[in-house]
Design a protein around this ligand. Structure first.
Ligand SMILES: NC(=O)c1ccc[n+]([C@@H]2O[C@H](COP(=O)([O-])OP(=O)(O)OC[C@H]3O[C@@H](n4cnc5c(N)ncnc54)[C@H](OP(=O)(O)O)[C@@H]3O)[C@@H](O)[C@H]2O)c1
Length: 276
């Protein structure tokens, strides 16, 4: 079995494939439909979407048309960051299930601890309220796992202190150059699994000369180095692409980056958006 479809296990025993297709900024309609269908045909069994991406219907249609049994595909979707009340959370989750055309999702996440246009706002009470709704989805079997995204240790402490079920996942921006050490150390200590979003630094990492040199040494692409690096860190990763050759390339991860080269990649620092 290829490395990218092997599973990690969450604290509640649910299995999650190492590589998932990201779908942020893939337009609803034929783009999202075709990307997801291509990915499934090339062996992906993990798809990441969100209500905010507005492509859940296309993602769900592609999953249905793939003919792959539902239980073989790990589907994540997310509660929009601006929703911080129980009733809207319940309604929004029901709509996501409906658009995806499924009875359950494998993972449901709070997209962020604050609305995107009010980053840092104190939404502690609202996060507890919506997480309590998510605990119900979990108990009803409509979400096989629940968790958070973009949460700091303090944001997670607020959930743990006021809710019943430990979040199983924290999905965070994690890629070469952004080590996320304090959040990852905290999550590891609590058994909260890390899923790395923007694993290619939204594409900007692929021009980095250090990464390109390591890629040349292993006769792979910069994207493959970025993804293999994250797998060797023990996290799942969500590369997004709409191009078939890249969707395939991002699954070819059956090589090992030597310890000394991992250290070289660890030494890369900073925001890749400023490296061009
Ligand atoms: N929870 C959150 O708040 C959050 C935030 C951001 C992202 N995410 C999730 O994480 C996923 C991935 O993150 P992302 O979309 O920010 O970016 P990413 O996966 O780091 O990078 C995507 C970019 O890299 C390009 N690319 C992909 N594979 C490539 C390859 N092999 N060679 C060259 N270029 C390649 C893509 O272009 P093409 O598409 O043109 O091929 C696209 O421009 C998202 O789609 C979403 O599912 C979650």
């Amino acid at each position: 079995m290829k490395e990218f479809v092997k599973n990690y296990k969450l604290i509640n025993g649910v299995e999650i494939p190492k590589i998932g297709l990201g779908t942020w900024q893939i337009a609803p309609g034929k783009d999202a439909y075709n990307s997801v269908l291509m990915a499934l045909r090339h062996g992906y069994r993990h798809i990441d979407t969100a209500a905010a991406y507005q492509n859940e219907k296309s993602v769900g249609d592609a999953i249905k048309d793939s003919g792959i049994p539902r239980e073989e595909i790990f589907i994540t979707t997310k509660l929009p960051a601006e929703i911080k009340d129980y009733h809207t959370a319940k309604k929004t989750f029901a709509k996501s299930l409906d658009l995806l055309g499924v009875e359950y999702v494998d993972l449901y996440l709070i997209h962020a601890p604050w609305p995107w246009n009010e980053i840092g706002k104190d939404c502690r009470a609202g996060n507890v309220e919506v997480y309590k709704a998510m605990e119900e989805f979990y108990k009803e079997g409509k979400a096989k796992a629940i968790g958070v995204s973009n949460f700091s240790p303090e944001d997670i402490e607020n959930i743990i202190g006021n809710c019943e079920i430990m979040p199983m996942v924290n999905q965070i921006g994690y890629f070469i150059g952004l080590d996320q050490k304090s959040t990852i150390d905290y999550c590891n200590a609590k058994g909260i699994f890390i899923i790395a979003y923007s694993p290619l630094g939204i594409g900007y990492l692929l021009k980095n000369t250090v990464i390109l040199e390591v890629a040349e040494k292993y006769s792979v692409s910069a994207a493959q180095i970025c993804l293999r690096y994250l797998l060797q860190k023990g996290v799942a990763a969500l590369p997004k692409s709409t191009h078939e050759e890249r969707i395939i390339q991002n699954t070819e991860l059956d090589f090992e980056i030597a310890k000394e080269d991992m250290l070289i990649l660890d030494s890369v620092k900073g925001d890749p958006r400023r490296w061009s």
